[in-house]
Ligand binder design. Structure first.
Ligand code: AMP
Ligand code: GLY
Length: 415
């Protein structure tokens, strides 16, 4: 069977690795892929938003199944396009992808179906947004409506900061697309990533994960795409899971049914676990990055079978088995990330690490050397029954691998 993965980050490397380690008979293709995926499959350096080019490659290589990693091609309708050409493709349609591509749409949906989320106001006018913040209690959160690669959300601590951000959005137009914002209460608690597979009728939860978004230890510094992850978080338990299912997952799926939304794929609930219980911060319509790098190593079942069951609407016929072991992933980043950073530094000692899996994010192979090629460079991941042993072996590998300007958090798995 030939499987094409769309995307080229650590998440996509983890998907390819999972498929290939389940069965050598699965043949992997990736667009555009990366230096790690190139070691287990064939990478084609093409733009993942050019669907006609992807179609050509799929036809040439007789692809049987397509799995989409990132949100952009989903919100641009890649699933609708390939379905209309008769392909099996894993991911939600353009309409269903609105749950991530429009924060206003997602918030209105949550309000309609009584899904716990921060109290909010929506506006598409600069003047009105300024009036709103004049009356809002600090701190609050301003979110740009559309996709902004994780950069559209700001927690506002004082009036001037809020006004400046609104000016950037409405007047300087720093983001592409329609200018609309959500202004909402700031929630306090612990964040949790809870992902499910669903074909709308049934759902199967994945194991939960905690993502570390801030760049420095103790959650200091600016937000990043994620500096590490572990699963399961130490504050997760059966009671919390039941509450998440009852108050959040099931009402969401009921809402899909009422609104005639045929949602097939991964649905990712970004949650804040507050003293009043779990609240939804956001929906994502895809696997998380780096959540996938800790979730898939704990999966025993065949991911390909799961994806096919979701596409066919027969998820109720399968079970997914998970390992009891814990998993942990530390991201090695380039100096300066999430701001400006240099690329092209040689990564040394990759062959000297033991008992861990390396998921490449921003790397490239040049003249036989692996070089840094992005802000997030590598995910160093491991699994073990004992969290201290696990941290020990992952951090040993983290220290062994070397490149100029290497930066990482030392507290993954502790908070
Ligand atoms: P989002 O893209 O909506 O998940 O927001 C990105 C990050 O901003 C989240 O992971 C949180 O860390 C933070 N955030 C978003 N909304 C809120 C909120 N209402 N209260 C506190 N933090 C928030
Ligand atoms: N880890 C956050 C995300 O994938 O959106």
């Amino acid at each position: 069977m030939k499987i094409l993965i769309i995307g080229g980050g650590g998440r996509e490397h983890a998907i390819c690795w999972k498929i290939k380690s389940y069965s050598k008979d699965y043949e992997i293709f990736a667009i555009p892929g990366n230096g790690g995926i190139a070691q287990i499959g064939q990478c084609v350096k093409k733009d993942s938003s050019n669907f006609n080019e992807i179609l050509e490659i799929s036809e040439e290589n007789k692809i049987d199944l397509i799995i989409v990693g990132p949100e952009n091609p989903l919100s641009e309708g890649i699933v609708d396009f390939f379905k209309s050409k008769g392909y099996k493709i894993f991911g939600p349609t353009k309409k269903a992808a609105l749950f991530e591509s429009s924060k206003c749409f997602a918030k209105e949906f949550m309000k309609k179906y009584n899904i716990p989320t921060a109290d909010f106001q929506i506006t598409d006018s600069f003047e009105e947004s300024v009036k709103i913040i004049e009356k809002r209690k600090l701190p609050y959160v301003i979110k740009f409506d559309g996709l902004a690669a994780g950069k559209g959300v700001r927690v506002i601590e004082n009036y001037q900061e809020g006004k400046n951000y609104l000016e950037e959005i409405f007047i300087k137009k720093i983001f592409k697309g329609e200018t609309k914002v959500v202004i909402e209460d700031c929630l306090v608690g612990k964040e949790l990533s809870y992902l499910i597979f669903t074909d709308t009728n049934t759902y199967i939860p994945m194991v939960p994960a905690k993502d570390y978004k801030r760049v420095f230890d103790d959650d200091k510094g600016p937000n990043t795409g994620g500096m590490g992850c572990y699963s399961p978080p130490n504050y997760f338990n059966e009671e919390l899971e039941q509450e998440i299912k009852k108050k959040i997952v099931e009402p969401t799926l009921k809402g899909f049914e009422r609104e005639n939304i045929d949602y097939r794929g991964v649905l990712y609930f970004g949650l804040m676990i507050t003293n009043q219980g779990p609240y939804v911060l956001e929906y994502n319509v895809r696997f998380g990055d780096p959540e996938t790098q800790v979730i898939l190593p704990r999966m025993e079942s065949d991911l390909v079978e799961v994806c096919e069951s979701v596409i066919e609407g027969s998820l109720n016929k399968i079970n997914i088995k998970w390992k009891e072991e814990k998993s942990l992933c530390v991201i090695l980043a380039s100096k300066g990330y999430p701001g400006e950073y240099e690329k092209g530094k040689e990564i040394k000692n990759l062959d000297k690490v033991e008992d861990v899996v390396l998921f490449h994010a921003g790397t490239k192979l040049e003249n036989g050397k692996i070089l840094t090629d992005g802000g997030r460079v590598l995910g160093v991941c491991g699994i073990d029954k004992d969290i201290e042993k696990l941290r020990g072996k992952v951090y040993k590998a983290v220290q062994t691998i070397d490149f100029e300007g290497k930066h990482y958090r030392k507290d993954i798995g502790l908070l």
